[in-house]
Design a protein around this ligand. Sequence first.
Ligand code: G3P
Length: 224
Amino acid sequence: MLFCSLMKFFIDTANLDQIKEAEELGILDGVTTNPSLMAKEGIVGEQNILDHYLKICDIVDGDVSAEVISTEYDKMIVEGERLHEIHPNIVVKVPMIQDGIKAISYFSKKNIDTNCTLVFSPGQAILAAKAGATYLSPFIGRLDDISWDGMDLIKSIAKIYEVQGYNTEILAASVRNPLHIVKCAEAGANVVTCPLSAMTGLLKHPLTDIGLEKFLADHKAANS
Ligand code: G3P
């Protein structure tokens, strides 16, 4: 039997309006971004990028993943420490590469939270946990895109972390739809990060809409 705390909801976007909308739902625990999502919002230039992370931190009282662009250890450290200084809620997002693992080990010893990204295998998950990553981001949707079962990866990592007692939280990423969220909850993910559409997709059921329409019609008929 898996034991995990309540699954947290992060929004996977750099769009401030969508972050505000998710925050207003009252269920938002944090935000993840990546360089593609920042570029999509037209956020370019180092200072603008740092300012944008601060704006996100002002909206959400929870962990905000900010990804390093460097791929060399020394540069990752400088960049990660700069990101960490912006706000206490910033989590330094580091890619699953050799220098990334070194950087995660360094940040872990400095008590700087990290999110190891671009994870596609249980072996990578073990390495990141051993290095002391705070979060691990396995990409479900991108595995599904190439006919691998993304959810099998979440289940496998959850089993390994449970057996070994690793503290790293499984942050299921590349979550594209409401069913992914439901399956992540079953599989033992600690966090899901997804677009707003996947989050609000959880609301939808035709019988809810039909039922509400009937309740309101019956009320109106009885009270007119
Ligand atoms: O933030 C990383 C991940 O969530 C990206 O998702 O849909 O581009 O595969 P996607």
